[in-house]
Write a protein that binds this ligand. Structure first.
Ligand code: GUN
Length: 291
């Protein structure tokens, strides 16, 4: 029997629908929510992601501005751009698209963004609030989107064993915090590159979140029968039968859907949710700045 598909696109559509009246209210109050995105260099995937973010802004009536900076630009000029946007009262959300060119420190840039405008939720202050269980901050979009998807699919977390594969600052680590925080109440294990017997540990998971960036690494032998599996991976795998020369693969192999009770697809799972949560953070940031 195949697993139930957790449709991230449908969940994202419903979140966008709930944001629309809030955008309209802000505009009525004289505040047009505005997201500014900075891209440094010409990473092709970054341009694809940013176009998707701009399209979501268009759907909702959120203003978007894109600033393209050359890959060989001075780091100080990127810093200056962020400082300018921090000072601009018409900009409510600032996002510096990752990856930055080699040698540019992403954490330095992220921590320069005003925490109130940090719609990625990556600023130390916003991540710190998450650690403290303080809900006044902006949450990182991907892990927040995963939590929304689990709620949408009616997955009960309390007292369940959750395993997160990956410990990144922007997905794995905040994901583990969100799953274990009060109200969610899962018991969480993080599996990472130094973990011994990752397969054995994952096999104990009622809920498995794969955020490792290795195509199709998680196969059916890693899965407890009936587990819920969320695939955060978006990996480009060479495939010359495709027009673009590649296909998108998650971190989870297709065969897992024979064992799991529910699974998010790639594409159409976490990807659209990340964008919906970015829109949600932008609307919230505008509301907070317009109080
Ligand atoms: N690059 C890929 N995904 C993201 C994201 O969610 N935020 C930023 N800033 N860069 C990214």
């Amino acid at each position: 029997m195949g697993a139930h598909i957790i449709d991230g696109k449908a969940c994202a559509t419903s979140i966008e629908a709930s944001l629309k009246p809030r955008v309209e209210q802000l505009i009525t109050d004289g505040c047009n929510p505005h997201l500014a995105v900075i891209i440094v260099g010409d990473d092709p995937a970054s341009h694809v992601y940013v176009r998707a973010k701009e399209r979501a802004c268009d759907r909702l009536g959120i203003k978007s501005t894109k600033v393209l900076l050359p890959g060989d630009i001075d780091f100080q000029q990127v810093v200056d751009q962020v400082i300018l946007m921090n000072k601009d009262p018409t900009i409510h959300g600032i996002l510096v698209q990752s990856p930055l060119p080699i040698g540019m420190d992403e954490v330095v840039i992220t921590d320069l963004i005003s925490p109130l405008k940090d719609v990625d939720g990556f600023h130390a202050s916003n991540l710190g609030k998450l650690v403290q269980g303080d809900s006044s901050g902006l949450l990182p979009c991907t892990p927040a989107g995963v939590m929304e998807m689990l709620g949408w699919a009616d997955v009960s977390l309390s007292g369940k064993r959750a395993v997160v594969i990956g410990r990144s600052r922007i997905v794995g680590m905040p994901q583990a915090l969100l799953l274990s925080q009060k109200g969610a109440d899962a018991t969480v294990t993080i599996v990472h590159s130094r973990t011994q017997n990752p397969e054995e540990i994952c096999k104990e998971a009622d809920i498995l979140i794969a955020a490792v960036g290795v195509p199709e690494m998680v196969t059916s032998s890693w899965i407890k029968p009936g587990a819920v599996v969320i695939d955060v991976g978006v990996n480009r795998v060479e495939d010359n039968s495709k027009e673009k020369g590649y296909r998108l693969a998650g971190d989870v192999h297709d065969e897992v859907s024979e064992i799991a009770s529910a699974i998010s697809p790639v594409p159409g799972g976490v990807g659209p949710m990340t964008i919906a949560m970015l829109m949600s953070n932008t609307v919230r940031a505008a509301e907070l700045q317009n109080q």
